[in-house]
Write a protein that binds this ligand. Structure first.
Ligand SMILES: Cc1cc2nc3c(=O)[nH]c(=O)nc-3n(C[C@H](O)[C@H](O)[C@H](O)COP(=O)(O)OP(=O)(O)OC[C@H]3O[C@@H](n4cnc5c(N)ncnc54)[C@H](O)[C@@H]3O)c2cc1C
Length: 469
């Protein structure tokens, strides 16, 4: 059966694009962080939507499970197969064309395998902005971004990937092609299948193309670093800056003192702007469609008001793009400093913004009581209610022994998230890694609706089995 199946795949995609030798398949089988290596029957590398559809039909005939794969930068083991060796990996990497760019409709139509950075560059070539931006942008694909509903640094102003998408082309689990590549901002014609496919992590079909929104390119984005006495002060600052800057506010990142301590230890060459240590810091960014001076003026007015109202302890405002880059560098080096310090237990969570100080206070206290050696490295996109709440051993040593507490620590953090009506996965999805947590924290009625949708669209259960549900 396997040989007959593989022969059909070779007929469809060409022998060079059906990989079944272990050496050839290896790069497609291990997850981004190198934590898990699965096995597969083969890796299929179609060149266009028609080939994807024919390959899915072959999988249906032979009941072969399919794991769609984009840039493989996902962090929850969604795009790698399990260790049964029964599935194929369907890599979208060769579907890499920018199909069309309409600068009046402000849309770009792309193949699903186009790298995110390539879409940004295509937009910039027309003096337009594709705002989705994340640290993996040189490797992740639009199909992966859509399938995980990726967030990133510009969500506060432009929304998640879902908000940036107008239309999709999808190969269904039966191998049919759905052409939903509509470039419409208004379309109320029944159930929104596009929204169902976005964030489905490859469990409901294969995204092969998309229409994405473009925006005017801002002339300048200027940042300030603000020192605060508490996380609650950060909420006061957020309200104040939203009121004064409106839609010009494009970034609002919270960092605890521990985060900047870590950066100072591992990257001493990066300049730390304040002499004194403060409990929390906020990096905020304001963009202007007029000029650099306009962005600086907006930001200075907001910070001036914050100082007058006693909302912040200290602040530095960048007066040029180069200085702005320096401040962002501090924020972007936190994950790198954490990696340099050793392993840690990561949580990518979201909460109603107003409840974040309460979450931090209660969870910090619960962890300190249960694990006196634990240190919390808390930072994130406060403007989106999204925290990276990571836990490591204080001593900086004994990481492997500390990681043995992962389940108990996850339970404390996730129970607190749940108690405050938050989400245990803000950006990264569920994949295979958080499946059990999902079952624990989602209401049965919601899980049942999800299962019903999965059964209706993929009755054979061949699309990315073992992921999400
Ligand atoms: C350094 C780093 C920084 C990151 N920062 C962020 C961040 O700020 N915000 C954020 O949200 N995420 C972030 N991520 C996570 C990751 O980059 C995103 O989830 C990204 O959207 C995944 O895209 P990908 O092409 O690599 O998808 P993959 O990892 O290949 O796949 C992810 C999931 O989507 C499915 N899939 C992929 N392509 C398709 C398709 N065409 N059709 C159907 N299903 C498909 C896969 O089966 C899998 O379930 C980061 C990751 C890294 C390594």
């Amino acid at each position: 059966m396997t040989e007959a199946f593989l022969a059909q795949c070779r007929d469809i995609a060409g022998a060079a694009f059906v990989l079944d030798r272990l050496d050839d398949m290896a790069p497609y089988l291990t997850d981004w962080r190198g934590r898990f290596t699965g096995r597969a029957l083969a890796v299929l590398r179609p060149q266009d939507t028609a080939q994807v559809a024919l390959l899915v039909q072959a999988c249906v005939r032979h009941r072969v499970p399919i794991v769609p794969q984009g840039g493989k930068t996902g962090l929850v083991l969604g795009s790698v197969p399990d260790d049964s060796g029964t599935a194929v990996v369907l890599s979208l990497g060769r579907l890499n064309r920018i199909r069309a760019l309409d600068s009046i409709n402000r849309t770009v139509t792309v193949d699903a395998g186009v790298i995110l950075q390539t879409v940004q560059e295509a937009a910039a070539a027309h003096d337009l902005l594709f705002p989705l931006s994340l640290a993996a942008e040189g490797s992740c694909t639009i199909g992966g971004n859509l399938s995980t509903n990726a967030g990133g640094t510009a969500v506060l102003r432009y929304g998640n990937t879902r908000e940036l998408c107008l239309g999709l082309e999808v190969v269904t689990p039966q191998g049919e092609i759905w052409d939903g590549l509509r470039a419409l901002r208004k379309d109320n014609t029944g159930y929104d299948l596009r929204d169902l496919l976005i964030g489905a992590e490859g469990t409901l079909g294969i995204i092969t193309g998309a229409v994405m929104k473009l925006f005017p390119q801002p002339r300048a984005a200027i940042t300030a670093l603000v020192a605060l006495g508490s996380a609650r002060d950060a909420l006061g600052l957020l309200t104040l800056v939203q009121d004064t800057c409106g839609a010009a506010l494009t970034g609002f990142e919270l960092m605890s003192a521990v985060c900047l301590d870590l950066v100072a230890t591992h990257f001493p060459q990066l300049q730390q702007p304040f002499g004194a240590r403060h409990a929390h810091y906020v990096l905020l960014e304001v963009s202007s469609n007029e000029s650099e001076q306009h962005a600086v003026a907006l930001l200075e007015r907001a910070i001036g008001q914050a100082v007058d109202e006693g909302v912040c302890d200290d602040a530095v405002v960048a007066t040029s793009l180069a200085q702005s880059r320096g401040l962002w560098n501090l924020r972007e080096h936190i994950p790198l400093a954490q990696a340099a310090a050793g392993k840690n237990i990561k949580h990518d969570i979201s909460l109603p913004i107003s409840r974040i100080p309460e979450f931090i206070a209660t969870t910090d206290a619960a962890l300190a009581a249960a694990f006196p050696d634990a240190e919390v490295i808390c930072f994130g996109h406060l403007g989106d209610g999204n925290l990276h709440y990571n836990v490591a051993p204080k001593s900086g040593a004994g990481h492997d022994a500390f990681l043995a507490n992962q389940l108990a620590i996850n339970r404390i953090v996730n129970d607190n998230v749940d108690a405050l009506h938050g989400s245990i996965s803000a950006e990264h999805g569920i994949g295979a890694l958080k499946r059990e947590d999902l079952a624990r924290y989602k209401e049965p009625v919601e899980l049942n609706m999800m299962r019903a949708i999965k059964a209706a669209l993929d009755p054979l259960g061949i699309m990315n089995p073992g992921k999400i549900l």
